[in-house]
Ligand binder design. Sequence first.
Ligand SMILES: [Zn+2]
Length: 248
Amino acid sequence: MNQSIVVTGMVLSVTPIGEYDKRVVLLTKERGKLSAFAKGARKPQSPLGGAVSPFCFGEFTLYEGRTSYNIIQVSISNYFQELRTDMEAAYYGFYFMEFAEYYTRESNDETQMLKLLYQTLRALAKKSIPNALIRCIFELKAIYINGEGPQVFQCVKCADTTRPVVFSAKEGGIVCSACKQEVFDEMEIETSALYAMQYIAGSTIEKLYTFTVSDSVLQNLKKILARYISLYIDKQFKSLEILEICVK
Ligand SMILES: [Zn+2]
């Protein structure tokens, strides 16, 4: 039998369908990623209109049909209104949504990713740390949540924890000075950048956005993550291209 269910989640993306409808991708606590139709949501008087926009977080009542979900009621607890008036933060936000949409699956437990998105948007809205650092933290933590994060606590070759290290994306983590000659894509990693990565790996999601770094450490982190992501994520994010054009 068809029935309605209530899920808690966030709107990742919205696509217009036909003249009046929207197709919405939600990341939910209960059912992972799912897509649903919001019938009539583009009509001016629709109660669903503003509630099914990217970043909206709240409770969604869905009617579960045979082949798809339909959104019948929405109760939003956070619209992340700040991101609608701050273009730069919005571009970052859209990239995080696309990243999460790529990285999550249907009927999978995505509670951690949902929590990460929520805290990341809060950090963007609060502006207490630079957006570029928020991006590094988000990317790295998302990769850890998915079980593909780099080893940053010991040499990936010999498990040493005492010698100076370099970073190797191909080897999947840090490599000590004694094993260095065995790798071919070594990158310099500053001590503070290594500490930052260790902190991100070990921290709870609630405490992630509580530190800042110097500009040179930030540049170092950005470089390492760009290389790591290009090797492990086989996807060109459209929102990232826009972000990189619009934000220097
Ligand atoms: Zn080693």
